[in-house]
Design a protein around this ligand. Sequence first.
Ligand SMILES: Cc1cc2nc3c(=O)[nH]c(=O)nc-3n(C[C@H](O)[C@H](O)[C@H](O)COP(=O)(O)O)c2cc1C
Length: 214
Amino acid sequence: MKADNFQKNLISRHGPPRAKVMGIGGSPRKNGNSDVLLRQVLKGVSQAKLPVSSVHLRELQFQPCIGCERCRKDKICTGLKDGMSIIYPEILESRGMVLVSPTHNYNVTAWIKAFIDRLYCFYEFDDNRPRGWSSRLAGQNRRAVLVAICEQEVKEDMGYTLGAMRRPLKALGYDIIGELPVYGIFDRGKAREKREVLAEAFRLGKELAGSLTS
Ligand SMILES: Cc1cc2nc3c(=O)[nH]c(=O)nc-3n(C[C@H](O)[C@H](O)[C@H](O)COP(=O)(O)O)c2cc1C
């Protein structure tokens, strides 16, 4: 089967968007702070009895967008055949998303950036310059929670981390129902010891679940 047919088939195998949450972890560190926080938000979602799935981007073999624009015609990414092809159906089917990134150099990690860029295939553009655009994920009551974690203790040192997730997710059609910036944690998994942070992550998960079912 040709690669683009394979991808189109894969993508057609998803159900309609529903009250379900997909968690995306953007840290290269296994059992690091992002993993702890993602698990905690998803626990909150699960307590509200919504189905969850999660992926740590470091475990997915995928490339950044190559700008081939084949998605204009195919409505999904057919220019690259990689780990993203496998998770596109889950993204389409889950109205909820949790995105967690540690701060790397005042910004999201390269994994989160690449992931967001690969959502470019969900845009529609017109033929004007600059092109007018809309998102095929919009108007489906999609909701998201964003979590960022960094070592330093002041907002400036987290830099663009939250904004770099907020702006594109909103453009894609997600309503951001909560954000959790976590400061002052460097060591792997230390977030596990921060009870208030864990409680807030859990609360946000429950709130996300509530926003998807109300
Ligand atoms: C390449 C790299 C760049 C980093 N840049 C920053 C930064 O700009 N600001 C900051 O406060 N912490 C920075 N950190 C520290 C991490 O954000 C911090 O250790 C975080 O807790 C890691 O989360 P994780 O365990 O989920 O990977 C950086 C760490 C690495 C490895």
